[in-house]
Ligand binder design. Sequence first.
Ligand code: HEC
Length: 158
Amino acid sequence: MQRVTVLLVFLTLIIIVLNLKSGQNLEVEKSFFDLEKYSKSYHAEKDLIAELSAPKVVEEIVEEVVENIEPIVELTTESQIRGQKLYSKCITCHGKHGTGKKSQKAPKLAGQYDWYIADKIKQMQDGIWENKVMYPYIKKLTAQDRQDLGAFLSAYKW
Ligand code: HEC
C-alpha cells in the first residue's frame, strides 16, 4: 500500500512539473501594451494638433469664409454684367468675389477703381508690368473687356 502511495505522489509530481514546463512556452500577451502602437498614435495626434493650430491653416479658413460671404454688389449696367462673365477666368487666383488669395499671392480686386483695373491689365499687355502666371489670362482682352472688368470689380462695396 505504501508503495502505491509513493508511486501516486511521484506521478502527481511529474504531471505538475510537466504542466509548469508547458506553461513556459505560452506567448505572453503583447497587445496589452504595445509601446510602438501607442507611440505611433501619439505622434499622429500630435501632428494633427500641430497642423490644426498652425497659422497657415487658420489663414486658409479665414480666406475661405471671406470668399463665401455674399458681398454687396449691384450689377446695373451692361458693362458690369459683361465684366462679371469675363471675371470667371480670374476666380482661381483672385477669388470668387475678388477678395484675393494669399496662397496665390493675388491681391484683392473687388472695390478697386475701374480705371485702375483697366490700366493695370493694359500695362501687362504692353509689357510694362510683367507677371508670367497671370499674363495668359489677360493677353487677349480688348479695351472694352478691360473697361467691363473694371466696371464689374468697382461695383463691389465692402
Ligand atoms: C494665375 C493666377 C492669376 C489669374 C488667373 C489672374 N491673376 Fe491677376 N494677379 C495675379 C497675381 C499673382 C497678381 C499680383 C502679382 C503682381 O503684382 O505682379 C495679380 C494682380 C492683378 C492686378 C493688379 C492689382 C493691383 O492692385 O495692382 C489686376 C488688376 C489683376 N490681377 C486682374 C486680373 C484679371 C482681370 C484677371 C482675369 C482676367 C486676373 N487678374 C487673373 C494672379 C492672377
